[in-house]
Design a protein around this ligand. Structure first.
Ligand SMILES: Nc1ncnc2c1ncn2[C@@H]1O[C@H](COP(=O)(O)OP(=O)(O)OP(=O)(O)O)[C@@H](O)[C@H]1O
Ligand SMILES: [Mg+2]
Length: 283
């Protein structure tokens, strides 16, 4: 029951009237409606290879993300973390390997637009909000995108749509700033707004690349709470260098090194792994 294609902004009108009622228990089941996740795995990557001019950015990479999981990906600069997200979102095509979203969606055969519409949302490091519009208008645009920007803003919102925006404003703690121009927000607030814009599309899998870079300690703490509250209803893959942050959110950490998985497990486990200490944490 995914929405019809909305080529303009690669988003979808995602308001779902049942949405607010499906927090907490059974959430991950509801969140993956329409996606076949029979075996509890939302993302499957097997033997993925990506080369750039002979340089192997991803090297026989294997990775599985469970439904509702909050996975952190760590690893030194150049390990292939961003390339991994590029493969999942269709920005980079692997030379070989298997990439499935749920049981049946072959990501290697889908366009970037199709992948976004199927329920994978990505946040880049730099916030990309519409600076001239208000916080509210940014969220409004994210939910109604099969029209031009101005047509969307002129169209009347249903009360259900307004409620959903209010709900997201509350989630990202920007209620008090709802009528503020997005360009006037702090760096951290812009990041939260962008996360809110992703949430308006209700993605099943969220990819977040270095979300707390440049944030204050208080903003970082709030981000940790936010991500923990999003897990279960959504699956999250978070790339981050900030180990304090990773320790505060991750159930499960994957360490990438030279394009392959070097170690996987609880943060304490991987932090005491000799090879990990050698290549990364002990630097
Ligand atoms: N489009 C490209 N063309 C050529 N080389 C690339 C390209 N994209 C990435 N690379 C190289 O692939 C390797 C992996 O890069 P990637 O950006 O995935 O690393 P990363 O783990 O995200 O690093 P960082 O922690 O610095 O963000 C790097 O050596 C990078 O220079
Ligand atoms: Mg990167």
């Amino acid at each position: 029951m995914r929405a019809t294609p909305t080529p303009d902004l690669m988003l979808e009108p995602a308001f779902d009237p049942a949405g607010s009622a499906r927090d907490a228990i059974g959430a991950s089941q509801a969140a993956v409606q329409g996606l076949n996740v029979r075996h509890g795995t939302i993302l499957t990557l097997e033997d993925i290879n990506v080369s750039f001019d002979g340089f192997k950015a991803l090297n026989n990479l294997n990775l599985y993300i469970g439904v509702g999981e909050l996975r952190c990906i760590i690893g030194p600069n150049g390990a292939g973390k961003t390339t991994l997200m590029d493969v999942i979102t269709g920005k980079t095509r692997p030379d070989s390997g298997v990439a499935y979203f749920g049981e049946t969606l072959d990501l290697t055969q889908m366009s970037e637009v199709e992948i976004a519409q199927s329920g994978i949302g990505r946040k880049f490091q730099k916030p990309t909000v519409f600076e001239a519009l208000t916080v509210f208008e940014n969220l409004e645009l994210a939910q109604k995108t099969n029209k031009s920007v101005w047509a969307s803003l002129r169209a009347t919102l249903s009360s259900a749509q307004k409620e959903r925006i209010d709900e997201v404003l509350h989630t990202i703690k920007l209620e008090a700033a709802r009528n503020r121009q997005a360009g006037l927000l702090s760096h951290g607030q812009k990041q939260f707004l962008e996360i809110g814009m992703l949430l308006m599309q209700d993605p099943q899998l969220l990819l977040l690349d270095e979300p707390v870079a440049g944030m204050t300690d208080a903003e970082t703490e709030f981000t940790a709470e936010l991500f923990k509250s999003l897990a279960r209803r959504h699956s999250l893959m978070v790339v981050e260098h900030d180990m304090g942050f990773v320790g505060s959110i991750a159930d499960h950490v994957t360490v990438l090194h030279q394009g392959s998985v070097l170690a996987e497990g609880a943060l304490e486990e991987v932090q005491t792994n000799e090879r990990v200490i050698e290549v990364y944490l002990g630097r």
